[in-house]
Design a protein. Structure first.
Length: 595
């Protein structure tokens, strides 16, 4: 079997000399005043049903819903001797915030928001790149009892305006590069009462720096014990879910607090360790966008929870990223497929650049076995490659590959995190056994409250029994490790047979002349649909369609051949998370072919 059962009952560490007076209650615990980490441990199964024997649970001890806590409260309680250490450092300017700075400024910002008249439940949009102030802004919004709605700072003006409107934001936090778009939105949207600028002052804007200096004395900050944290929304990111346009994902304080404890390294989830006197501080490269669920949960929440040092990068720059890796010497690298692709195909990365990393973490989009193996080969296979699975609707983590696998399950997203149950179902909802492919369904305390003002989309995603239908196709092996096959909506149907784009992409990435690739399904007169490839060639190579088809012919079944054609291009359209934007390629194809 995969793993021995690991039981962790390590309590949350106290803040300084102060004895923590912990006020949360746990749905499944009668113990008074437990810490979030200790109280969330439950030996009981969370759910039972007729088909429970086919469900897959975590091999680690269960975690139940953490109530009565916000993420900033947990981080404050967990602070243990690392307040003076760097928390967030700008890779370009060297500007640095310590962990104490983050918590101090978040309280000042919260006090200013409260004094400005914002009320509990008001939404504040954050349109920022990965600046060192991001965590203080986010935590301050929560400490004021408000809801944060992170926005992709690379969006077009219209996309920024659309999300601000859909979220019903009354305040927007921006910086110089996004201020123009936010001001345009404010002119069209009377709901926006004020703009807060991070950086140099601008006319008509409140300055974050001055707000963060506000005296918190006499201000009553929001506490998790003030409300039912299982219903009080904290975060409103936007996601397309399984299909359709972006929708606001309502994540409660309990969702976020519980998911943080579910991913606690001390529970056996990872090799990452909290800082303690005399030990090395964990170091991360903060390139994953903070507005994205993956970046926010790992680089803001979890890094603050363990006292790590994050080198923040506003955007990807080849030279700056390389310099950052060499100077910062990350102990854990959080990567997505394009970054792994870059490292694997760049001659500037070798064993020395990766020598300090005990773990490389991948997620947000399918990576593929071949790409992971190339990365391991380049680094000498001395680190642990940890892949995970989740989505915004899951706060965001539901699966993690556990360290004890030691690279024996390459390509797997691992097992459910503690307190999570999952099942694989076929098209009629029947629960499937191990090694059978179907849709992933998840139930646990990290499942979102629902989609904001969209009951129909919520019902289509979370069924009457509380199972969240992910829209992803996967199977569990005999050891309870999950392997993603593809997106439900992206499967190509060829004469009734299913073709997974990621399978063909993984094969093509192994070709010595292929830099990147994307596969979509296009209409075919005989087969219904056929796979079509979009290929980026490596520099100074010459690749032909005949060469590609000849390479694939012995590797795949006849119905998987690229009868939809091959197109060579300079780039593959991708989201900041690394997911291939197949919809853009499909729309482009239809436009060219009059469909």
């Amino acid at each position: 079997m995969l793993l021995s059962r690991v039981i962790s009952k390590v309590p949350l560490r106290n803040c300084g000399k102060q004895t923590a007076v912990l006020k949360s209650k746990l749905h499944s615990s009668a113990t008074p005043n437990p810490s979030p980490a200790a109280a969330a441990t439950s030996a009981k199964p969370l759910y039972e049903d007729a088909d429970a024997s086919l469900w897959v649970r975590s091999p680690l001890q269960d975690v139940s819903t953490v109530v009565g806590y916000t993420v900033p409260e947990i981080i404050r309680e967990n602070l243990n001797g690392w307040g003076h250490l760097p928390a967030f450092e700008c890779a370009s300017t060297g500007k640095t915030y310590t962990h104490d700075d983050v918590l101090r400024d978040s309280r000042g910002f919260a006090a200013s928001l409260i004094r400005s008249g914002f009320k509990r439940g008001d939404v504040v949009a954050i349109v920022l790149p990965n600046v060192v102030e991001y965590a203080s802004v986010l935590f301050g919004i929560w400490e004021a009892g408000l809801i944060a709605s992170p926005v992709n700072n690379a969006y077009s003006d219209e996309e920024i305006h659309r999300q601000i409107c859909l979220s019903d934001a009354v305040c927007v936090v921006a910086e110089a590069e996004t201020l123009k778009a936010v001001r345009k939105s404010k002119e069209r949207n009377p709901n926006i009462k004020s703009i807060v600028i991070v950086g140099e002052p601008h006319e008509g804007c409140h300055t974050y720096k001055e707000m963060a200096k506000s005296d918190p004395s006499g201000v009553t900050f929001f506490r998790g014990t003030d409300v039912d944290t299982t219903t009080q929304v904290a975060l409103l990111p936007f996601s397309s879910g399984t299909t359709g346009p972006p929708k606001g994902v309502e994540l409660t304080h309990a969702n976020l607090a519980t998911n943080l404890i579910q991913c606690d390294p001390l529970k056996g989830i990872s090799l990452m360790q909290p800082y303690s006197s005399g030990k090395i501080q964990e170091r991360h490269i903060g390139l994953l966008p903070f507005f994205h669920a993956y970046g926010m949960s790992t680089l803001l929440h979890l890094s603050s929870y363990v006292g790590a040092h994050v080198l923040c990068m506003r955007k990807f720059d080849v030279d700056l990223f390389l310099q950052g890796v060499r100077r910062h010497k990350p102990t854990a690298l959080h990567l997505v497929t394009p970054l792994i692709n870059h490292i694997v195909n760049s001659k500037t990365y070798g064993k020395s650049e990766l020598a300090h990393a005990h773990t490389i973490l991948g997620g947000a989009a399918p990576i593929g076995v071949s790409l992971i193996e190339k990365l391991l080969d380049k680094a000498g296979k001395y680190f642990f490659f940890q892949e995970g699975y989740g989505m915004s609707e899951l706060s965001p983590v539901s699966h993690v590959l556990l360290p004890e696998t030691r690279n024996t399950k390459i390509g797997s997203c691992g097992s459910p995190v503690p307190g999570t149950i999952t099942k694989i179902v076929d098209v009629d909802g029947t629960t499937l056994e191990r090694n059978q492919r179907g849709e992933i369904c998840v139930k646990g305390p990290q499942v979102m409250k629902g989609y904001y003002k969209n009951e129909e989309a919520t019902r289509n995603t979370i069924d009457a029994d509380g199972w969240l239908h992910t829209g992803d196709i996967a199977y569990y092996d005999d050891d309870g490790c999950m392997f993603i096959v593809d997106r439900l909506k992206e499967l190509i149907k060829v004469k009734g047979f299913q073709v997974a784009p990621s399978e063909l992409e993984d094969l093509l990435r192994k070709h010595e002349k292929v830099e990147d690739v994307a596969i979509i399904g296009v209409p075919h007169p005989e087969n219904g649909e056929a796979p079509r490839a979009y290929i980026v060639q490596k520099a100074n190579t010459n690749l032909s369609e005949d060469e590609v088809n000849a390479y694939l012919k012995p590797l795949i079944s006849k119905h998987k051949q690229l009868r939809g054609g091959i197109e060579f291009r300079k780039t593959i359209p991708k989201a900041p998370s690394g997911k291939i934007l197949r919809r853009e390629l499909t729309d482009e194809y239809r436009s060219k072919h009059g469909q």
